[in-house]
Ligand binder design. Structure first.
Ligand SMILES: [Zn+2]
Ligand SMILES: [Zn+2]
Ligand SMILES: [Zn+2]
Length: 275
């Protein structure tokens, strides 16, 4: 399994669009890995998690969207779902695109896509509404949506995803995981399930918040419990992502703080292989 993190920022990006705060100013000066676009990830070339407003920026960075066959959404917030760009799949905006794109999302994602795009079949989109804890086949991969603690008005999802014998947890835009999700992970681990890679929410940076988003402290607690359950083991890679300027730590500062806690720090364009 090859994972490419296309974007690693929270909703406003970093530097944030209109911001004059010291953390955005420092990021502009530092450049490099401290510059972050809105969160999204590609897996094995044909799977993608989320499709936000920076998708064309990710194409400039080398993401071949024309090859993606399965698009999996976490929730309907604007940094994760930007329906207008899905209208770009047909002429005169795209040529030679004759493959359908299967789209998986909760009820809100499906409704938003329908409201924004009308008849989605003319765009070659096949919509699939997914439900928490109900495994679905996504091509030759397996997707199990789990419940996040993120927005009371929506069933926000994080995803357990298995392809070619490897498993990842796509786990951002959540606070400390709900007990229903822990119960599922416990059963999964007892049946032999083990994560190769876990992506966790670090929107708050060094902040200690545990609801709706997390920081280093929340991430460390989730990591410990995954290890205790046996859902993760010593060689599982834990990667923090979805950073906000309000957390304040630039990339290298995050690396310094997160490393001793057992975490890698994501950056735009980071590639991870679990083979
Ligand atoms: Zn987000
Ligand atoms: Zn800022
Ligand atoms: Zn969100």
């Amino acid at each position: 399994m090859r994972i490419r993190l296309l974007g690693t920022a929270a909703a406003e990006g970093w530097p944030a669009l209109f911001c004059r705060c010291p953390h955005c100013r420092r990021a502009r000066e530092a450049g490099g890995r401290s510059l972050r676009s809105r969160a999204s990830a590609n897996v094995d070339g044909i799977f993608q998690f989320d499709f936000g407003p920076d998708s064309q920026h990710h194409v400039l960075g080398g993401n071949d969207l024309s090859a993606v066959e399965h698009l999996i959404f976490t929730h309907s917030h604007t940094d994760h779902l930007y329906p207008g760009d899905l209208a770009m799949r047909v002429p005169p905006y795209a040529h030679g695109q004759d493959r359908p794109l299967s789209v998986y999302g909760n009820d809100r994602v499906v409704a938003r896509l329908g409201a924004a795009l009308g008849d989605v079949t003319r765009l070659g989109l096949e919509l699939h509404q997914i439900e928490p804890f109900q495994a679905v086949a996504v091509g030759d991969a397996t997707l199990v949506p789990l419940i996040a603690d993120h927005d009371r008005h929506e069933t926000c999802l994080i995803h357990l995803f298995g392809h070619e014998g490897r498993w990842l947890l796509y786990g951002h835009d959540t606070g400390y995981l709900p007990e229903t999700t822990w119960a599922f992970l416990g059963t999964w681990a007892a049946a032999g399930g083990r994560l190769d890679v876990a992506f966790l929410d670090c929107t708050n940076g060094p902040g200690e918040g545990m609801r709706f988003h997390m920081g280093l402290g929340g991430g460390a607690r989730v990591r410990e419990r995954l290890l205790d359950l046996g859902a993760a083991r010593g060689d599982t890679r834990f990667v923090l992502t979805h950073f906000s300027h309000n957390g304040g730590l630039l990339h290298e500062e995050l690396v310094e703080r997160a490393g001793p806690l057992g975490f890698e720090v994501a950056y735009d364009g980071m590639e991870i292989q679990a083979l």
